[in-house]
Design a protein around this ligand. Structure first.
Ligand code: CTP
Length: 394
């Protein structure tokens, strides 16, 4: 869905990052209207934003070339405001209700949500006056995007860095998402598990965790309180998600069962090891001239155990990774594990193999099965929630 986003840019060096934010939002099909303060135009020329967004860039409150009352037009048109970077001066004026330029006037006139991403020197950021002003804005319903710690352009190291453009875009995506999972508790597992053989070796699988993380992100953006129990992955924790890192299937089971009782929706997207070494060698196993065989024992099937104790108010969703007889095997898992839904995917297809950014799945329930087309995992995660929310409403 395309939205009208007003990007407010105030006079800080981090304004260069806002160019990328404007570009990324435009590529996502949003209309980005930029308002620059006079100080911001010292760092970046308005034409640069205009070239990226193809929409007007404003900085003056008054104009003699249009009859439109500029600040009211932009204030009414906006679905969302992002002020990035926001200087200490802007924050102080906004908190005091001062309207002495276009940006401070528009934000007083709008009813759209306003997100503020402060960026400044660490001592300025920590100054009690700035902290007080941010708190005041937060209490009034503005969303403050906390700056990151790191190297600052002023030469200091500390908190005050404007987050990366991608993170700011994610904040906007989250804000714009429909909140149809508000107040729901969603527990998701993701990634592979590692079953230790000795201090340097383990058994694992090719799961990247991408599908589980995409589901966690979708649920969080849709307003749910999300706990993500994840095996080792390279992925970043999605915004607003509580990440619980584990290694083995036994650790995963422990963490899942801590949260399972209070969850409204449980999704087992992890590729949990079915076997672990019967004996863990505390010393590194030395190489011998003869072959070595490893005795393995079964791990617990977490989904099956969840199915046995599932409450009627809970939704239990499993995955089925199959290399043959997809629907038949997935149907068996649905019944055997007493899940409400099984999301089945063919892992022998290179498009949907472990690690791929795309996936093609069928969703199975007692009612039958529905095949979804091949798509990016982020998009698929949303489709899966759409499907399940719709099916549960019927
Ligand atoms: N699962 C689980 N605990 C395990 C193994 C699997 O909770 N020890 C869950 C997975 O998270 C997934 C579902 O069960 O949601 C199916 O996993 P899958 O690996 O496809 O099937 P398995 O049950 O392991 O059966 P098989 O390996 O024989 O296909």
């Amino acid at each position: 869905m395309s939205a009208n986003i007003v990007l407010g840019v105030t006079g800080g060096i981090a304004a260069y990052k806002s160019l990328q934010v404007a570009s990324m939002l435009t590529k996502l099909d949003h209309n980005v209207y930029t308002i620059m303060t006079e100080a911001a135009t010292e760092f970046i020329k308005p034409i640069t934003f205009h070239s990226l967004t193809h929409l007007p860039v404003e900085s003056k409150l008054f104009s003699t070339t249009t009859s439109e009352v500029k600040h009211i037009g932009l204030a009414d048109k906006a679905d969302l405001f992002l002020i990035a970077p926001a200087t200490a001066n802007f924050i102080a004026k906004a908190a005091a209700g001062i309207a002495d330029d276009l940006l401070t006037t528009v934000i007083l006139a709008t009813q759209a949500p306003i997100m503020i991403a402060p960026s400044m020197n660490v001592h300025m950021f920590e100054n009690p006056v700035v902290q007080r002003n941010m708190l005041a804005l937060e209490e009034l319903g503005y969303k403050i995007i906390t700056p990151e710690a790191g190297y600052l352009a002023c030469g200091y190291t500390g908190q005050g860095r404007l987050p990366d453009p991608q993170r700011l875009v994610e904040e906007i995506k989250k804000e714009l998402s429909q909140k149809d999972l508000q107040d729901k508790k969603v527990l998701i597992t993701a990634g592979p598990t590692r079953e230790a053989i000795d201090p340097v070796r383990f058994l694992t699988n090719y799961s990247s965790g991408k599908m589980g993380y995409a589901l966690a992100k979708a649920a969080s953006y849709r307003g749910a309180e999300v706990k993500l129990v994840s095996g080792p992955t390279e992925l970043e924790c999605p915004l607003g998600v509580d990440l619980i890192k584990i290694e083995s299937a036994a650790d995963m089971k422990k963490e899942v069962f801590k949260e399972a009782d209070t969850a409204d929706i449980i999704i087992m997207a992890a590729a949990v090891a079915d076997y672990r070494p019967q004996v863990y060698s505390t010393q590194k196993i030395k190489k011998q001239s003869r072959d070595l065989s490893l005795d393995l024992e079964r791990t617990a099937d977490i989904l099956t155990e969840l199915g046995k104790k599932k409450k009627t108010s809970q939704l239990l969703i499993g995955f089925a990774a199959e290399s043959e007889n997809l629907l038949e095997n997935a149907q068996q898992k649905l019944r055997k594990k007493q899940a409400d839904y099984i999301i089945a995917n063919e892992i022998s297809d290179k498009n949907t193999a472990f690690g791929s950014d795309k996936n093609q799945v069928s969703i199975l329930s007692e009612e039958g099965s529905t095949k979804l087309p091949l798509m990016e995992k982020d998009k698929l995660a949303d489709k899966i929630f759409n499907y399940i929310i719709d099916a549960e409403r019927k």
